[in-house]
Design a protein around this ligand. Structure first.
Ligand code: 7TS
Length: 417
């Protein structure tokens, strides 16, 4: 007999009510009804430990960083750099120098466009994007194409909102210089096979930028496992503050890139004859950064990691399955985006009712959803709709909130019947 006890693998039960108690804003009422917050893809809410961390920083640690020998400056610098290390662990980056604080995903992508694109992409070179991209992973590349004469190629999607992976490899040629792809679509929730795409691109020697804005808050992200060259995400979708985000980049690439912004902190020495740039990551962090926000984001990833990103993903998947099955009982509802592999985003239209009216009426029931094109107009064009209503879930949402949404949709349909 084996004397050693077998390890027992128990998934800790996820207590959603306990988690909700951490979020002051989830306790408020809207229009006299308990808030049902289903606009997490736009921005998620902040738990008390993150709020407390911001207050502690502002009350006892605030000063400018990397500049002075006084105590507060040292405290602020230590807390800021500690936050960088927390973010490094959160995405399993091999080197802390590969974590650059930006103002968000948009700025992170623009940094790659200016730092990498303007240096290495020329007339006739090609960039591969996908139909699923958010405007912030389209427009910077169009600006670059306009400036340089580079060409953008687009990987299409099928009727379920999944990338047509079989058409990916044929898009490459000798002029392909970069692939930009979202890890998770904000408009449809499709989870893209980025690991597979990165491997295919690397076979051709082409670097890949992953827009992780909608993945980092919902799935465990491991940049070493993905082997991505760049990974961008935003703090405010991750229970952190606005005005902060991260660009992960492989050190070898970051070293070769030119700075995006010039100013203080990004230099080693300046004269009118010659300026020497600072080492990475500081080369890309010109000026006083959003110190408080970075520290808040560090607290946010601590909070999420304590719950466990796999636990978060499992709870959100259960919400998605339940909501999808409830939606299938609603006549006149068309679900846009039915990918096999999907995050908890439900984009839909209701026959004969404009999404704006749906959103306005749901708000009267205290339910927050987003309506519109979700900054993904090529996705809307693909499905021939001008807009959708989108319910996007977070780990603090409940099955009862799915029921509230379904009841809300039924009453919207009654108003328009
Ligand atoms: N990429 C994706 C996939 C996104 O979903 C968003 C924001 C961005 C980039 C830009 O992020 P930012 O933090 O720099 O603005 N998406 C949404 C949304 O779906 N609704 O509001 C913002």
């Amino acid at each position: 007999m084996n004397a050693r006890a077998e390890p027992i693998h128990v998934t800790p039960a996820f207590d959603v009510e306990r988690v909700r108690a951490d979020f002051p804003i989830l306790q408020i009422e809207v229009e006299g009804k308990p808030l049902v917050y289903l606009d997490n893809a736009a921005s998620s809410q902040m738990p008390q430990p993150v709020i407390d961390r911001l207050v502690r920083y502002q009350s006892t640690e605030h000063a400018n960083i990397h500049r002075a020998v006084h105590t507060l400056s040292e405290r602020a610098t230590a807390a800021y750099e500690e936050a960088r290390a927390k973010l490094q662990r959160f995405i399993n980056a091999p080197d802390v120098r590969e974590v650059i604080f930006t103002s968000g995903t948009t700025e992170a992508i623009n940094l790659v466009m200016h730092g990498y694109g303007r240096k290495f992409i020329q007339a006739g070179d090609e960039i591969i994007l996908t139909t699923l991209e958010h405007h912030s992973n389209i427009v910077p590349w169009q600006m670059l194409a306009e400036e340089t004469g580079a060409i953008i190629r687009v990987l299409p999607i099928n009727d379920a909102g999944e990338l047509c992976l079989d058409q990916f490899e044929p898009l490459f040629n000798d002029r392909t210089k970069l692939v930009g792809v979202s890890h998770v679509s904000n408009a449809l929730g499709s989870i893209n096979p980025v690991k597979q795409m990165i491997a295919l691109a690397h076979k051709r020697g082409v670097p890949v930028l992953v827009d992780g804005a909608q993945a980092a808050p919902h799935l465990p992200v491991d940049v070493q496992d993905l082997d991505c060259d760049f990974y961008a995400f935003s703090g405010h979708k991750l229970c952190g503050p606005t005005g902060i985000g991260v660009l992960y980049g492989k050190a070898a690439l970051l070293e070769k890139m030119q700075p995006f912004k010039g100013g203080g902190d990004m230099i080693l020495s300046v004269s009118f004859e010659k300026t020497v740039y600072n080492a990475i990551p500081y080369k890309f962090e010109a000026g006083t950064p959003p110190i408080a926000a970075a520290i808040g984001l560090g607290a946010a990833v601590d909070y999420l990691s304590a719950i466990g990103m796999d636990v978060i993903a499992a709870h959100e998947h259960a919400l998605l399955q339940y909501a999808t099955s409830q939606f299938s009982d609603l006549p006149g509802l068309r679900l846009i985006g039915t990918a096999q592999d999907k995050a908890a985003v439900l984009s839909f239209t209701l026959d004969g009712i404009h999404p704006h009216d749906v959103g306005t009426l749901l708000n009267q029931d205290g339910i927050a959803v987003r309506t519109g094109h979700h900054c993904a107009q090529p996705v809307m064009a693909r499905f021939k709709v001008p807009a959708t209503t989108r319910a996007s879930f977070a780990f603090y949402n409940t099955m009862a909130e799915v029921d509230a949404l379904v009841a809300g949709i039924r009453s919207v349909q009654k108003v328009f019947a």
